[in-house]
Design a protein around this ligand. Structure first.
Ligand SMILES: Cc1cc2nc3c(=O)[nH]c(=O)nc-3n(C[C@H](O)[C@H](O)[C@H](O)COP(=O)(O)O)c2cc1C
Length: 180
């Protein structure tokens, strides 16, 4: 699939078919995340793949941002201990979060290219997720990716025009070339 087709075509999917996602596809998606850039190449991300229906049900109970029970969840965590040891305060408090977001976007585009739908979720109770998934104290659950075959085709939520968000050389100097 063309990269721009994936960038424009990917939507957040909140309703999934019951069909199982095979492990080969899940692993391809995880590997796309592994190839994301990370600050200092620290790669503080850790992935927990959740396929157990009962655990997914439980996670949903503590995740107001999750609107259905997808067949798979990928919980993207950051290892704060490694992030601090190798990147100091910046590594722990900033880079590790950005790194997880970079991995998440790679995974979502890869999933789309494989015919799957995703939704990245931040609205969850970290403490509960930590307990349910037995995540140690030095590891932080940052994002959850809901994954499965889409059962909806949402219309694209509007984007701000490029002309509202782009400047040339100096902040507040609009770039006239950018389409309104
Ligand atoms: C950091 C982040 C957190 C998000 N958290 C949630 C969430 O908790 N629940 C949810 O349904 N969508 C969540 N989303 C998805 C956004 O609502 C969605 O990306 C946005 O509305 C644009 O729609 P699109 O992804 O279809 O282009 C999140 C997206 C990002 C980037």
């Amino acid at each position: 699939m063309d990269l721009f087709e994936a960038i424009y075509g990917r939507r957040s999917i909140r309703l999934f078919k019951g069909d199982e996602v095979n492990d080969e596809k899940i692993i391809k998606i995880l590997d796309a995340g592994r190839w994301a850039p990370s600050g200092g190449n620290i790669q503080p991300w850790r992935y927990i793949v959740v396929k157990d229906k009962n655990i997914i049900k439980l996670i949903k109970m503590f995740s107001p941002g999750m609107f259905s029970e997808p067949p798979v969840l990928i919980v993207i965590c950051s290892d704060k201990k490694e992030a601090f040891e190798r990147g100091g305060v910046l590594g722990r408090d900033y880079l590790s979060i950005v790194d997880c977001a970079m991995a998440a976007q790679n995974m979502m585009l890869a999933a789309y290219a494989l015919g799957l739908g995703t939704c990245v979720i931040k609205s969850f109770n970290s403490k509960a997720i930590r307990e349910i998934l037995e995540i140690p104290n030095h590891v932080e659950p940052e994002l959850i990716i809901a994954l499965g075959y889409p059962a909806e085709k949402p219309t694209p939520p509007p984007r701000k025009p490029l002309s509202d968000i782009t400047f040339l050389n100096r902040y507040q100097k609009r770039w006239e070339k950018v389409a309104k």
